[in-house]
Design a protein around this ligand. Sequence first.
Ligand SMILES: [Mg+2]
Length: 461
Amino acid sequence: MAKVYVNRTLNLKRIHFIGLDMDHTLIRYHSENFERLAHSVMLEKLIREKGYPSSIGQLQFSYDRAIRGLVIDKRRGNVLKLSRYAAIRVSYHGLRPIDYNLQKELYQSTYIDLSDPNFDKVDTSFSIAFAGLFMQLVELKETTESKLLPDFVDIANDLNEVLDRAHRDGSLKNQVRDRLEDFIVKDPEVVQRLERFVKHGKKLFILTNSDYEYTKILLDHAILPYLKEHKHWSDLFEFVITSAQKPRFFFDKLKFLRVHPEDGSMKNFEGTLTKGIYQGGCASTFTQDLKLNADEILYIGDHIYGDIVRLKKDCAWRTALVVEELQEEIEKNHQAESLVQKINVLMDQKIPYEQELDQLISKKIEHNDVTLTQKIEFQTARITEIDRQISPLIKEQQKIFNKYWGEVMRVGIEESYFAHQVERFACVYMAKLADLLAFSPRTYFRAPKRPLPHELPFTES
Ligand SMILES: [Mg+2]
């Protein structure tokens, strides 16, 4: 069943324009294949263009090595998973987990300052290939290839550079174009649901950082064959804005260029925007020319920073975020339920023991009563025994999720940093676009009341 999760109330009746990011939002990819492609393209470029030893070409891609939302400590060569307050909760150096005491020593239990240029948030596309390859190269540098590989900072910067170049020089695009079936998910239901929204008077537009040539290839492949009530995708979408340079699109004042649909040629565009295909531009001109209030536009994307965070900070469009990992994570939450229940039963036993222990220690301190020592030892042993039982259960529960990193949205009982951003910046979120479109275009998505800590049952003294 389609599910949409609501952070902030969103009334679709108030929405006149629905904007769609293309890659991973309107058009879904076979993500594992796509990340594998990025991994091999980056390796090839590191060898050919950056002089890395050809032996790194042997490194195998592993899809579960990394998850979305990790942070790279470029200076120390570590990869970190952070809590909502940016405290480190899981960390790796190369392929090896950093033990808790060393982590404490390295980072002094401080929160990570994400504005520090030594830290790189891996939240762009190909975050899995990027973080995974960084871990593999650090491992290699620490083991066999120490002299042949540059410093950790340079490895991270080189990876950024080759990935950026792979986007620009067509090394990724060309392979997708040649093997569309391997990379692109065809989903006729999305097209039908979009046509239904148009029937309700909603105007649709695409806003993508991909160029026109690539956009056309994907839309011809995944949208055009399934249109029933529109002749062409350019009829379904009022505007197709390509090479949009998000997040700059949301805060800068860039000009729109008009794109010729046949040959892709471009010319300067002056005057008020009308239906058609464009390149560049900015949110303020778009909103103004269409005489819209910012909150009459809903923008749906998959990239937390490029699509959502900057948008929310700089313009008042409403937002929906596609979190592809959500579906699997929810299924795994169900799988983990019986373990969580066992953990909760043990915790319910442990808490009164802890309270009793605190009282005994207090009594001992306040009355200098040494006869309590034995009771204190007994109580401590009881707690240790429960911890001994809880510990493997937690490990087992974590293994249901990614075996290295656990859940995408949580770290233990806290939210992950990624989940915190989703909560702050996305009005609603869901696993895929089709889930939102399955609802009536007249839906009122209401945010649930979130209990504050003082509204929850409390522990009495
Ligand atoms: Mg995208």
